[in-house]
Design a protein. Sequence first.
Length: 288
Amino acid sequence: MPYVSDFSPTALEDRITVHEGAQIVEIDFQGLRFRSSADVNAFYDYVEHRMQDTGEPQWFFMVNTRDYRVDESAWFAFTRRGRDLNEGHSMKTVRYDADPDTLAQIAKVKGTDRENPNLFGSRDDAWAHLRALPSKRRERLTHVPSFTKDAFLRRLRFDHDTKVLEVDLSGMKIAHSRDVNDLHNWVEEAIRATGHKWWLVFNYEGTRIQSPAWVQFSLRSEEFNRSYSMGSVRYAMGSETETDKRLRYEAKTTRPNIRNTREEALDRLAELQAEYTAMREADEAKSR
């Protein structure tokens, strides 16, 4: 069959179905071809936004994996984003594949140690299995905060002359969505008290963002930048954190602006400020 590689929100709308009563997110990969990591990130960004709209962080996932393709250039991103989604938000994930060869293999290994308990031959079987499982949503209440507000606020440095805010995330281990929401809530509250947006510089030296926190971190960061940031630069990211951050920016029009040192980050921020000033002057010239 011909594969499609349209990852626009309109094209993906019918591929992601949120069954709120059943607590199931249904994902349909059938007929898709992921040609690049940008395709992967566009797809998973859409899944995460659909989840965010519900306000619920934990779901059962039911995935149609019949006849889809992931090119080699997209495979790393595909496995990484899938891992983050499952580790951070899955109460249970099952797949179904109605391809005749898959059905034959399921029947062949049934009852043996090679049987895959998370693979089904039909949507109905996968659905019935998930519906028989108990919900784990109450477990999210057990998240223990890793940080205190007073200690975190000491990590914020406002320069009112330059309108630059430096946020020190160095050495922090952001473990779950509670940590993500605490940090964003506190910095947003501090910024709102100033009455205007800021230029942001983030210190990520030794920062660890765990898989269960990545989805929420990405969503809150996107909202934060849109509402409170004139422009943002990050520095001293570890290799794993930088990889995840760059992956999540591939499907966006903005750049992650990652640098190695604080000095390089401030230089990049100065470039952003100059670009902003030039754009404003051009707009003012047009309006005259």
